[in-house]
Write a protein that binds this ligand. Structure first.
Ligand code: COS
Length: 388
């Protein structure tokens, strides 16, 4: 059930205050220490952020996609590492189970994911399998009442903190493509599962990624998500459709924040005897940024409403993710330019947010993969229309 307008407005205002008063002031500390403060994680738990998208019957807030997007616009205004802390539980780390899990799997894991007691991670990418996600090489061999997992997953967000992994692995070696892949819910601490050293990254310090290694890792057969082999790739794609809308909302929120920073600097900074905001060459940057951020917001909300109405949003989600992530890249770049020399100096947030924003064009599907998804659907639709 959608929230009534008053509750929704209150929730947005609470989150906005949390972002302005608690998260933005801690950005430098998180970036410098590359760690998420325990008190902030606890406050995120208390606000219900880990369970935004998880149904109320499992202890989450049960928001629909439109409501989630509205909150992520706000949360996206803080440096992205903060959102990353709970976002895998809201999206890719829980939704495999929420969308395709058996009733037992949902009952077992969703309450602990919703409360933030358990951090969920999504393990699809491998050293040799990035964009070509249907080619996963990690194997899951059936042995009686168990599966035995072998392989390595790479760049897995929140893996160092995860208690539960959604793992895509090949159950049928005869089928080389997507149809041979199954999804599993694998608990951290299972013998044979280990995590690598956290990667050193370009940006988003405070958010952590590392390898996840399976070495004869035996898991019970009922860890197979949905209880059916060969469905794992489709589960992953459904999870990513939703995840891409979430990322597009995060990009939009970050762009809106950066625009505020850009304007505050431009109005305060004087050159040639007046505020640099008075110069028309900069005004073009402000106007382009504003119009593009408004367009992203509208696209995200329209796509989210379509998903809530039960439409297939693969193309809309790919379009929103592509547009919003490219847009925030341009906005972050203009902000560095407006800041001039200060834009290159660490004491200002412009350079950090520029580096932080860069990841959005890569993870949960690169811009080029989104283009492929959109174009492929357009061609298929046209062929069907023309009977070709
Ligand atoms: N929802 C449900 N099912 C989907 C789907 C979706 N969004 N997208 C594809 N499928 C289904 C297809 O219908 C097809 O089913 P059938 O075999 O029954 O016809 C199956 O999945 C295979 O689809 P397709 O042939 O399109 O797969 P491809 O191997 O061509 O791969 C891309 C498609 C490139 C889009 C996919 O591999 C992808 O998204 N790659 C990027 C992965 C990514 O985002 N990684 C980021 C890391 S995770 S944070």
């Amino acid at each position: 059930m959608p929230l009534d307008l008053e509750t929704r407005t209150q929730l947005i205002e609470t989150i906005r205050r949390f972002v302005d008063e608690r998260l933005i002031p801690r950005e430098a500390e998180v970036a410098d220490t590359d760690a998420m403060p325990a008190d902030i994680i606890q406050e995120m738990r208390e606000l219900g952020l880990f369970g935004l998208s998880i149904a109320e019957e499992f202890g989450g807030l049960g928001l629909n996609m439109e409501e989630e997007a509205l909150l992520i616009f706000e949360l996206g205004r803080a440096a992205p590492a903060f959102r990353s802390m709970f976002a895998t539980n809201v999206g890719i780390g829980s939704q495999g189970i929420a969308i395709d899990g058996t009733p037992e799997q949902k009952a077992k894991y969703l309450p602990r994911l919703a409360s933030g007691e358990l951090i969920g991670s999504f393990a699809l990418t491998e050293p040799e399998v990035g964009s070509d996600a249907g080619s996963v090489k990690t194997t899951a061999r059936r042995e009686g009442d168990f599966y035995v997992l072998n392989g390595t997953k790479r760049f897995i967000t929140n893996a160092p903190h995860a208690g539960l992994f959604t793992v895509m692995a090949r159950t049928n070696p005869e089928v080389k493509g997507a149809g041979g892949v199954s999804a599993f819910a694998v608990e951290a601490g299972t013998p044979g599962l280990s995590t690598g050293k956290p990667e050193r990254k370009m940006g988003q310090q405070g958010a952590h990624v590392c390898d996840v290694i399976f070495d004869n890792c035996r898991i019970p057969a009922d860890a197979l998500i949905g209880g059916k082999e060969g469905q794992g790739f489709k589960t992953a794609m459904k999870v990513l459709d939703k995840g891409r809308l979430h990322i597009a909302a995060a990009c939009t929120g970050l762009a809106e924040r950066i625009i505020d920073d850009m304007m505050a600097y431009a109005v305060g900074r004087k050159q040639f005897g007046k505020a640099i905001a008075e110069f028309q060459l900069l005004q073009a940057m402000f106007a382009d940024s504003k119009a593009e951020a408004l367009a992203a917001r509208a696209l995200v909300l329209d796509s989210a409403r379509r998903r809530d109405a039960g439409e297939d949003v693969s193309v809309a989600a790919a379009s929103a993710k592509m547009f919003a992530s490219e847009m925030v890249g341009r906005v972050a770049d203009r902000n560095v330019q407006v800041h001039g020399g200060s834009g290159y100096i660490k004491d200002y947030r412009a350079e950090q947010l520029f580096r932080d924003a860069r990841l959005f064009r890569i993870y949960e599907g690169t811009t080029q993969i989104q283009q492929t998804i959109i174009a492929k659907a357009m061609i298929a639709e046209t062929r069907a229309k023309l009977g070709l």
